[in-house]
Ligand binder design. Structure first.
Ligand SMILES: *Cc1c(COP(=O)(O)O)cnc(C)c1O
Length: 341
């Protein structure tokens, strides 16, 4: 199977397995796992933040961050196409007592500042309204096709948030894809946010784990919430060891994934039945199939050996990652062409 449903299907590399087997371990709830401590220091440094904390998933990273920023009864503002709003089981509301104010994502992944301002109650002293405490941005923006938020926009959104008394949390599940695609350091991208989370388990190919980073005080609050949510792990160095290899060896090679996404897009554009919505900026490609129901198409190519994902509104998503080669992409294109015929 040529697996293109998601970059979460990546398997740990041989170097990761070796590092996991050799990692010195301790009890991380006591802060005594040396491998976790090494990963957290490394991640904080890469993101240009004071401190960082390893958590089991991106979902928990976002939830713990939201709860550390926003008190019960507050609201958060997030994109209508964001993972936080759509795919995290309303955790902020359920666990944090924080309501969602969704603002439409523009095709470039941004949220218009005028729309953000509309989402702020006109009079902060009016007790009818939940008070927004947090703006959540996503970079790269998955459902907009893995687009990289413009750096200028992130600066403007951060300034807007500060002017309105909000903190900014960046869901940077794929922040290193954004960094590699734009040629910027991840710390440059993260500087326009008070906190950031990224996934070790996607394109970086580690089996488990996400990182939350921010000020020392903020990360201290995240650690208590992580424990409360059941994410305090004991000998978590086995996970962290793979995460260290991910940061050391798997970041620069994301450029290969981006090249493969462009190769796939170029091949699909040759097929009259397929409409590629936009040139892929990173490792995610969205497209449509004409003359055929999207679900019949996805089923047929899966039977023929290519796994793709239906993505709503008739769109199909393909994600490239370290488990794929240029040959796999060429073979996938052949299979897709045959199915369409
Ligand atoms: C995958 C993803 C998450 C959630 O990460 P999990 O580890 O799957 O919980 C959050 N935000 C974005 C943008 C993602 O792509």
């Amino acid at each position: 199977m040529i697996e293109m449903r998601s970059d979460t299907f990546t398997l740990p590399t041989a170097a990761m397995m070796a590092a996991m087997a050799a990692a010195p371990l301790g009890d991380d709830v006591y802060g005594e796992d040396p491998t976790v401590n090494r990963l957290e220091a490394l991640a904080a440094q890469r993101l240009g933040k004071q401190a960082a904390c390893l958590v089991p998933s991106g979902t928990m990273a976002n939830l713990a961050s939201i709860m550390a920023h926003a008190p019960r009864g507050a609201s958060l503002i997030a994109g209508s196409e964001s993972d936080i709003y759509l795919y995290e089981a309303a955790g902020a509301a359920v666990c944090g007592g924080v309501s969602y104010s969704a603002v439409p994502n523009q095709p470039d992944g941004t949220l218009k500042l005028t729309d953000l301002t509309e989402a702020i109650p006109p009079d902060p002293d009016d007790p009818q309204f939940a008070m927004p405490a947090l703006l959540c941005l996503e970079n790269t923006q998955n459902r907009c096709g893995g687009v990289v938020l413009p750096q200028q926009y992130q600066a403007e959104a951060y300034a807007w948030a500060k002017a309105h008394g909000l903190n900014v949390h960046l869901d940077g599940a794929r922040i290193f894809n954004a960094a590699v695609a734009s040629g910027l350091a991840a710390s440059e991208i993260a500087k326009h946010a008070d906190s950031v989370q990224f996934c070790l388990s996607k394109g970086l190919s580690a089996p488990i784990g996400s990182i939350v980073a921010g000020t020392t005080d903020f990360v201290g609050r995240v650690r208590r919430i992580r424990k409360m949510l059941g994410g305090g792990m004991r000998q978590a160095g086995v996970i962290a060891a793979a995460g260290i290899v991910a940061l050391d060896e798997m970041v620069d090679r994301l450029a290969v994934d981006h090249e493969l996404a462009r190769r796939l897009a170029d091949g699909l554009k040759q097929m009259p039945a397929i409409e590629v919505e936009a040139e892929p900026q990173t490792n995610i490609l969205l497209f449509r199939v004409h003359d055929l129901e999207w679900s019949s198409f996805v089923d047929a190519v899966a039977t023929a050996g290519v796994a793709l994902m239906g993505f709503g509104h008739g769109r199909i998503r393909a994600v490239t990652h370290s488990g794929l080669s240029a040959d796999d992409i060429d073979q996938a294109l052949e299979i897709i062409a045959k199915v369409l015929k």
